[in-house]
Write a protein that binds this ligand. Structure first.
Ligand code: UDP
Length: 238
């Protein structure tokens, strides 16, 4: 068996990734497929931390006319629902999983404690970071960058609905140009819709590489951890 390139990864799943074709809520079949992919890399000895979004239920900016902070807390709650669904799917296939929340809810999950998270990872338990950063005005992309820095992850695996980063939306523009590699500065300058600028800057300042790819093909995550040329690789220098 080939040795994976990475020892510890942070997988960022958008809320939408859990909704499947429905685009809203949770799709069990889709979640089970994602769980199998996580199992596949975990069985190869890769430590897996996961940050899940909440956009399949609620985004802070959906709350028109609402107090922004309240709307953002609702978004953070959505990420907890998603995290529990993913934990359940992972445990159904015998992956020991811990959910840690940035907002305390002890009856449901552990509070976020960095050292404890690292310990779980060392024991090959999957760790899901829920409730974002715990702060309004942030995103789960920023959460992914922050947690990746804290746990010293080797890379952020950014699973998207498209297979790579393009200069424009490939669903509506058949001539969209696909990028194999980008620098953080390219992403910021070209205003590419990969992550928000706060998250991108955090990755740039802490030199955390990002691989953007799609989970639609079941083997993709395996290909990524073995360094195969799929998706888009974002890093400091080309
Ligand atoms: N959110 C927040 N602080 C955080 C993370 C998330 O306020 O640290 C809220 C924010 O309202 C956001 C929502 O949670 O719109 C859902 O997260 P996100 O939009 O990042 O999810 P995704 O689009 O990845 O599904």
């Amino acid at each position: 068996m080939r040795t994976p390139l990475y020892k510890r990864v942070l997988l960022k799943l958008s809320g939408e990734a859990l909704a499947g074709e429905k685009g809203f809520g949770l799709d069990t079949e889709t979640i089970n497929k994602i769980a199998l992919q996580i199992k596949a890399i975990s069985e190869q000895g890769v430590q897996v931390a996961i940050v899940v979004g909440g956009g399949n239920f609620w985004r802070g900016r959906s709350g028109e006319g609402m107090d922004r902070t309240t709307a953002d807390y609702m978004g953070m709650m959505a990420t907890v629902i998603n995290s529990l669904a993913l934990q359940d799917a992972l445990e159904n296939i015998d992956i020991v999983t811990r959910v840690q929340t940035a907002i305390e809810m002890r009856q449901i999950a552990e509070p976020y404690i960095r050292r404890r998270a690292v310990r779980h990872l060392e024991k090959n338990r999957a760790v899901i970071f829920a409730a974002g950063t715990g702060n309004p005005y942030f995103s789960t992309d920023t959460t992914a960058a922050l947690r990746a820095a804290e746990i010293e992850a080797d890379i952020i695996l950014l699973a998207k609905k498209v297979d790579a980063v393009y200069d424009k939306d490939p669903h509506i523009n058949p001539d969209a140009k696909k990028f194999e590699e980008l620098t953080y500065l390219d992403v910021l300058k070209l205003e590419l819709k990969v992550m928000d600028s706060t998250a991108t800057s955090l990755c740039m300042d802490n030199k955390i590489p990002i691989k953007v790819f799609s989970l639609d093909e079941p083997e993709n995550i395996i290909k990524v951890i073995h360094g195969e040329k799929i998706g888009t690789y974002i890093h400091g220098e080309i």
